[in-house]
Each structure stands twice: as C-alpha cells, then as structure tokens.
Design a protein around this ligand. Structure first.
Ligand code: SF4
Length: 405
C-alpha cells in the first residue's frame, strides 16, 4: 500500500496525462501498455479514471491545468461520451485554463466525423494521428489497421470538425525502406499540411513479436547509419516546408508546438491518470497499476488515488540531475545555465563542468553564451549522452553539495 500524501506546493501549472489502454489490434512492434479484446472494460475503466481524477482534484485543486493529453492505446476509439465525461471530470476537479491544450491520439480511418465533432464540442483542441507511413506495404509490416488513403480523409475530417492543431506521427527505419521511399512519405505528409509532425525511428523492444522476428532473422532493419541519414534528410525536408525543428523528434508550424509534451521536456509537474500511467509531482515519480482489469479492481476497492498507484519513488540527486539535463537536451534550443541553477541552486559548471567539456570537445554538445544544446551530430546520440551523464554523476560525491543542491 502506498502512503497517502498531500500536494503542498502551489504548482504554477500542471499537465494531466490520461492513459486509455485499448486498441483494436496490438501492433507487432508496440511495447506500450495497451490491450486488444478488452472493450468490455471501457465503461468500468471510464468510471475508475473519473474516480482517480476526482481524488486528485481533492488533493490538488489549487493547481492550474494548462494541458491535458489523452494517449494510449487509441483514445480516439473510445465512445465520445466516455471521453467527454472524463474531460468534464478534469474540468470540475481542477482549474483548467480556457486556452488549455487538450490532445487526443487517434488512428486514421477509425474515428468518424460525428465522433470528431463531439470531441471538439467536449473541449478537445488538438488531435494526433498515428499515420506512420503512406505505404501500404509499410503499414502491413507494422500491423497497422489503416490504409494509406484514410490518412488524408481523417485529416480533412479533423479540420472540418474544428481541431485547432493536427499532428501526424510518421516512422522511419522500417524493413526495406529506402531514402527515396522515406522522402515520398515526408513529401506526402507536407502536402497534407498538418500543423505538427512527430517522426520516430522504429525501435525493436524486447518482448514484442517484432523482437522475436528480428532475433530469428526473419526481419532485417536498416542500420543505425541509414536511420541517421533518414533523420538528417527529414530535418532538411521539413525545414524547407516551413516546419521548425523544436525537439529531437518533433517539428511544428510556428505556434503549434505541443504544450503538453513541452512540459515533459522542461520538467514541469504532471499527473498521470489511468492504467500504467506515470506521474511526476512534488519531486516524486509514480506509476499506476498497469493492467486495466487490476486497475479497475484497485479503484473499486480503494477510496483515494493512492489505491491505484503501483510504485512511487524519489530519485536520488544524481539521477535527478542527469534526468534534468538529458530531458532538457531533447529541446533543439537546449537550456540556459540559469535554468539549471534555478532548479538545483548550484552552477552546472560545478557539478558537470568536466563532462560538458568532454562532450563539447567531441562535437556532441555546444555552448553559446549561457545556452547548452546538442550539436546536429549530438542529436543522433542523445541516448548515449543520457547514459554518459548518469554514469558520470553517479560517480560523484554529490553529498558534499548538500545544502546547496
Ligand atoms: S495502435 Fe499504437 S498503441 Fe495501439 S498497439 Fe498499435 S502502436 Fe500500440
């Protein structure tokens, strides 16, 4: 049983993530906390999520919410009235800003025109479609259930319904994908003129069917070097089409950057609601029970949001500093030394001067005035940079900074 706790700080603004763990079919590469064949749980799940939100509202009603994101899973396939009732519960439980960003993830082709209109009427402002590719062959390889032509149709419906911002997700590093084929996907996406594009390199996660296929040699994926070429090509192509590269995997038309995700990259507090959701509040990180059935059970038996929390931890200073730096480095503009000082009360140079020097020498990090950011080469090496910072900081005696940090 997790101890109860109160939200004591006056948090200036809070993001809320709501996990909807249902999909029509589980894709072979997906390691998210999602399930197919559990549609019978949707109604009880909605009630459990509402109960969790109301419980949090009693603890943190002083928090101002400026972004809400429904992810999954495929929230766009939930009945509109269930999503609307969840969103209404957030609005009743917290002070939600009038201009809050409210995002819905959806699959192309499966969200009807009427549902989209209902979502907009309920207060959703942004929709993100898991387009992935405009090639039928690629979509079949990824086990996606939509056909390429449904992407533009769904985008048109979303515009007509009145979403203020529309994102498309695309994937690269797919089996047999050539630079020419990737270029065609990018050009097709740009012709559709979405407000935002998220590009993801296909990663092979242990425990997925794709992992088994790669291990058996049934599937070979492009090399890291080829994926790096795809990334660099995308960067040029999207910049030529008026998109601003603002985060490692994200490009936006000016003013359409994702407010909710920006909160993650700048260490803003957020609540994670729903099965397997993660939250970050008052310095601790928590994670909810993953399986929707077990989550519903725990919710029905308990009387507070702690009932559905699986674990809660306060990361050590080394982990926190490494996480702060590497999360902020996801932003193309990086971060200001002053922001680090404001968070930890000590100059970054004192704690991490040596590793910053080494990474600058290796053309991975660059420093302008007081800004610290990844170089174009460093953007391809972000995961390695994160590991380097963690190892370096774990090897320091941070206790000597006690009282300062
Ligand atoms: S639709 Fe998305 S969340 Fe659902 S299984 Fe496929 S990749 Fe995972």
């Amino acid at each position: 049983m997790i101890d109860t706790f109160e939200v004591t700080n006056k948090i200036p603004s809070l993001g809320i993530y709501i996990h909807i763990p249902f999909c029509i079919k589980k894709c072979g590469y997906c390691d998210f906390n999602t399930y197919s064949g559990l549609d019978n749980l949707k109604s009880d799940y909605t009630n459990a999520v509402i109960k969790e939100i109301e419980g949090w509202g009693q603890k943190a009603s002083q928090c101002v919410v400026d972004s809400i994101s429904f992810g999954g899973g495929t929230p766009g396939e939930m009945p509109a009235e269930q999503l609307s009732s969840i969103l209404n519960a957030v609005k009743k439980s917290f002070f939600v800003l009038e201009n809050a960003e409210v995002t819905l993830e959806a699959n192309p082709g499966t969200t009807t025109s009427n549902s989209m209109k209902s979502f907009v009427s309920a207060g959703f402002t942004r929709i993100s479609f898991g387009a992935q590719s405009f090639s039928d062959r690629n979509l079949k390889f990824l086990d996606r259930i939509h056909a390429p032509e449904t992407i533009s149709a769904s985008l048109d419906l979303a515009k007509i319904a009145g979403f203020g911002s529309i994102n498309l997700d695309l994937m690269y590093g797919l089996r047999g994908q050539t630079l020419e084929a990737w270029d065609r996907d990018l050009k097709t996406a740009c012709e559709l003129n979405p407000d935002h594009l998220s590009l993801y390199n296909l990663t092979v996660e242990e425990g997925t069917p794709l992992y088994e296929r790669v291990k058996k040699g049934e599937v070979t994926l492009p090399s890291d070097d080829t994926s790096a070429d795809f990334y660099e090509h995308a960067s040029k192509e999207l910049s030529n089409s008026g998109y601003v590269h603002y985060e490692l995997s994200n490009w936006a038309k000016p003013g359409h950057e994702s407010k909710h995700n920006y909160g993650y990259w700048t260490w803003k507090p957020y609540l994670g609601v729903g099965a397997g959701a993660h939250g970050f509040l008052e310095g601790f990180r928590f994670e909810n029970i993953a399986h929707p059935g077990a989550y519903i059970d725990a919710s029905q038996k308990g009387s507070s949001p702690e009932s559905v929390i699986l674990k809660r931890e306060y990361p050590g200073l080394d982990v926190s500093v490494a996480d702060w730096i590497t999360t902020h480095l996801r932003l193309i503009k990086g971060f200001e030394e002053g922001d680090f000082y404001e968070e930890f009360g000590i100059e970054i140079e004192v704690i991490a001067g040596q590793i910053l020097f080494e990474l600058c020498e290796a053309d991975i990090i660059e420093r302008f005035n007081s800004a610290i950011q990844l170089t174009p080469r460093g953007r391809l090496l972000h995961s390695e940079v994160a590991v380097k910072f963690l190892i370096y900081l774990s090897g320091l005696d941070l206790a000597k900074y006690a009282g300062k940090v």
